[in-house]
Structures are given as structure tokens and as C-alpha cells.
Write a protein that binds this ligand. Structure first.
Ligand SMILES: [Zn+2]
Length: 178
């Protein structure tokens, strides 16, 4: 099969890495075909790189990942992609509506596999993002949109910082499970 073909030349990799964890170890719950169908449904050709990253992103339930986190995961899964490729693919997935961007501070952006409107906790201590369950936040007193405009969405980021040790960390760990 061409997936392991090395005729374009990367002999160092071929010598001692016959196995690729993906896609052979796909759990039955999320077959490769589901990732492929998801890409095709938004008009993206299922290239090997998109499939590999799509698999890492969508096979584990709702996730919030940064490009750096996904890049590390791809390395661990023996998918040697450049960080630039990971960035580009995340951007393509976002533009296609497969991911939602969550900007938390400065240049730091997380990509959320849950594209429905919802709000987030951001833990400044360990730089993690978790969902706030929908019923726990209510936004009132919004300004009227300027003429000719409408409010498209409202996204709240509640920043967390460790208060005096364990209390906040425990709370966040609990939220992560939801
Ligand atoms: Zn989220």
C-alpha cells in the first residue's frame, strides 16, 4: 500500500519504523471512515496529514488543544509533521467549521472540537481550557448592536488562578470531567 511507500525518499524512517499507530489501532467507536467522512462533508480532501490530525483531534471526544499540543501528540503517534503544517491544518479545519477557535491570551489560541456556542474556564496556572457547563452562566445586559449589525455570538472566558493552593486546582479538575 502506498501509505508506507518510501519512493519519495525517507529511508531513515523506513529502516526501523515499520509500525504506524494510526490508523491500524483505530477504536471501533470512531473508525477511520468517520474521520474521512467528516473531512469530505466540509469539502476537505482527506490527505494523509489531515487524516492523521483529524484522527488525533476527533477520536477522543470534546477537546481543547493548542497547535503545540497537537504537534507533540503527532510526534508521539509517529506522525512527523511540522508545526507549520499543524497550524495550517488547524486553520483549515476551523475555516471549514470543524473546529472553533478560543483565544485566551495574547497569541495563545486553543482549538475546540465542540463547535456549539459555549463558555470556558481558562486556568492561568497550567494554561488549560475547560468547558463551563451551559446552564451555569447567564449573560445579561448586552449592549444593542450598532446599526446594521447583529450579535453573532457571546463567548465568556472565566480566568482562574490558584487562590491559595489546592482549592482552585480541585475545582478545575472536577470541571474537566464534565
Ligand atoms: Zn469548549
Amino acid at each position: 500500500m502506498s501509505i508506507l511507500s518510501l519512493k519519495d525518499g525517507s529511508p531513515a524512517r523506513a529502516a526501523h519504523e515499520e509500525q504506524i499507530p494510526w490508523p491500524q489501532k483505530a477504536p471501533a467507536a470512531c473508525p477511520i471512515s468517520a474521520v474521512k467522512a467528516r473531512l469530505r462533508s466540509v469539502g476537505l480532501r482527506p490527505t494523509r496529514q489531515r487524516m492523521a490530525l483529524g484522527w488525533l483531534l476527533f477520536a477522543k471526544g470534546d477537546r481543547h488543544v493548542s497547535a503545540e499540543m497537537l504537534y507533540e501528540e503527532a510526534l508521539r503517534a509517529r506522525e512527523p509533521l511540522s508545526l507549520a503544517t499543524v497550524y495550517n491544518t488547524l486553520r483549515q479545519f476551523s475555516e471549514a467549521g470543524l473546529l472553533r477557535q478560543v483565544s485566551v491570551s495574547g497569541p495563545k489560541t486553543f482549538f475546540d472540537t465542540n463547535v456549539s456556542e459555549h463558555h470556558h474556564f481558562y486556568n492561568e496556572d497550567d494554561e488549560t481550557v475547560v468547558d463551563i457547563p451551559g446552564s451555569q452562566i447567564e449573560v445579561t445586559g448586552l449592549p444593542a448592536a450598532p446599526d446594521g449589525m447583529m450579535i453573532a455570538s457571546v463567548e465568556v472566558i472565566v480566568r482562574l488562578r490558584r487562590a491559595d493552593g489546592v482549592e482552585t486546582a480541585t475545582k478545575v479538575a472536577g470541571a474537566r470531567r464534565t
